[in-house]
Design a protein around this ligand. Structure first.
Ligand code: ADP
Ligand code: MG
Length: 173
């Protein structure tokens, strides 16, 4: 199996953490669309949004997704990657899509513990738990419909990696 693997899910679900270990386990490359954008533009996500609005950011995000997609690569995507149908279809057709599913409470606890406020402007200006619940409400069905595999991401990272490896080997059996 050498198709790209796309990790989708809300901010804090573990796409970067789990993606890096999974890449190591499989001997794959690891790419993060947000990091790619940061390097290719020389701006943070917040700076891109401030300069070009969310619409401009979403356009660049689609370009980043296409640019980083390659065989034997784990691609950690931005939390909003699934919002555009073109991105959803691209990921589904080009590789295996894995949703790292976690509750709003767990996501909020992780983000509160390691605040990376410069990474993203808050979407609503409300508390982080309320915001995560609202974002999940809006996006859960998109994550669900895009994913080939849904993984419980509320366990320790090593177990999340094991679950993904199991799901992939069952899919290829
Ligand atoms: P994402 O890339 O999806 O935004 P990260 O991988 O950056 O998420 O993880 C966000 C935070 O949550 C980090 O501090 C990370 O250490 C922690 N984390 C990620 N996955 C897990 C996990 N399965 N269990 C506990 N903490 C986790
Ligand atoms: Mg990340």
């Amino acid at each position: 199996m050498s198709l790209p693997l796309f990790l989708i899910g809300a901010r804090g679900c573990g796409k970067t953490t789990v993606g890096e270990s999974l890449a190591q386990a499989l001997g794959y490359a690891f790419c993060d669309t947000d990091h790619y954008l940061q390097h290719s533009t020389g701006k943070t996500v917040a700076e891109i949004v401030a300069a070009e609005g969310w619409e401009g950011f979403r356009q660049r995000e689609t370009e980043a997704l296409i640019a980083v997609t390659a065989p034997e690569t784990i691609i950690a995507t931005g939390g909003g990657m699934v919002l555009a149908e073109t991105n959803r279809r691209f990921m589904q057709e080009r590789g295996q899509v894995i949703w790292l599913q976690a509750s709003a409470t767990v996501l909020a606890a992780r983000l509160a513990e390691y605040p990376q406020t410069s990474q993203r402007p808050t979407l609503t200006g409300r508390s982080i738990t309320e915001e995560m619940a609202e974002v999940l409400d809006e996006r859960a069905s998109l994550y669900q419909q895009t994913a080939h595999h849904v993984i419980d991401a509320m366990q320790p990272p090593e177990q999340v990696v094991m679950q993904i490896l199991n799901a992939l080997s069952l899919a290829n059996a």
